[in-house]
Design a protein around this ligand. Structure first.
Ligand SMILES: [Zn+2]
Length: 319
């Protein structure tokens, strides 16, 4: 099949920070990216795409195809070979040309956001948040909340905010991959209130700047950053439009040979000729899955992206 949408349900394993790269906003030095309009935090597809590409390239033994691609500072740039599953999937930029890839990775958007209450953690959501994911028909009055089973009391605190119960929550259509103990503890509030609850319950952490040359903390370099808390559920669509239908199926890593030519060391890359891959990469979606797997262990940051924090794929679900 040449066209398909893969929808992933994701869960944060660490506090996740994807910075705007901007300056101080309110109480924190490093704020996270938000959706215009709703003001809800999101993880931009470009950040995810960078991390997934980098990890997939490393797994494939092809570091040159990991990053931005422009050859500079001794970097070779993307290989742009038709035999390269990384360049085929994500596209390539060489010194002269750019080639488009066959996947586009959408933003990861909130589905369920964890908040502390007097009866333990609960996961908050709103009608529009559910609707964007495909669960329609939920309503709740402004300033009120709906839940089932969490408490017999008629009110509940979401962080510092006390809400009154409007009624029981009947929620169908939540995907596989959301644990039962989370399903039992969902609180529905209005879209406006959801944005307030989320924005006042983001993690704010303090860290020190490290001088990269000495490895020591810089004096007076304390800074604060915002992060999406652990155990937040998000979702993300990956669109595969493989119009060329020429994906180079690979079962082995790339083999890199160094040769001497005219007194210079030259690297030769042989695609699909090295160590066996853990599983064959049959499609661009396999490359995405392989990269995503490492985001669970190594986090979304590194390799030049402005962020950090591990994110686990909880399930692949029907869009
Ligand atoms: Zn390549």
């Amino acid at each position: 099949m040449s066209f398909g949408i893969h929808r992933y349900l994701l869960m944060t394993v660490d506090p996740v920070h994807i910075g705007t790269g901007g300056t101080r906003l309110g109480r924190v030095d490093l704020s996270i990216v938000r959706e215009p309009g709703t003001n809800l935090p999101k993880i931009p597809g470009t950040s995810f795409s960078g991390a997934i590409r980098a990890y997939a390239a490393y797994r494939y033994g092809k570091r040159r195809c990991a990053g931005q691609g422009q050859p500079r500072d001794g970097r070779e740039g993307h290989c742009a070979q038709p035999t390269c599953p990384i360049c085929y999937t994500f596209g390539a930029i060489t010194g002269e040309r750019s080639y488009s890839g066959v996947v586009s990775i959408g933003d990861a958007r909130l589905l369920l956001f964890p908040v502390y209450s007097m009866v333990g953690p609960v996961w908050v959501t709103s009608p529009s948040t559910l609707e964007d994911f495909g669960i329609t028909g939920q309503t709740v009055a402004e300033g009120k909340a709906k839940w089932s089973n969490i408490t017999n009391q008629g009110h509940l605190n979401l962080g510092w905010l006390m809400v009154e119960k409007e009624g029981d929550l009947g929620l169908d259509g939540l995907p596989q991959g959301i644990p039962e103990q989370v399903r039992q503890r969902i609180v529905l509030v209005s879209d406006t209130l959801f944005s307030q609850v989320v924005n006042s319950n983001l993690e704010v952490r303090t860290s020190v700047s490290i001088n990269p040359e000495t490895g020591a903390a810089e004096e007076g370099a304390l800074f604060t950053y915002e992060a999406i808390p652990r155990a937040t559920f998000l979702w993300m669509d990956v669109v595969v439009d493989d119009y060329r239908e020429a994906f180079p199926v690979t079962t082995k890593q790339c083999q890199v040979e160094k040769r001497q030519e005219n007194g210079q060391t030259v690297k030769v890359y042989n695609d699909n000729a090295g160590e066996d891959l853990p599983q064959a990469w049959q499609t661009p979606a396999d490359v995405i899955a392989a990269g995503l797997e490492w985001v669970e262990h190594l986090g979304i940051g590194g390799m030049g992206t402005r962020g950090f924090g591990r994110i686990r794929k909880a399930a692949e679900v029907q869009p």
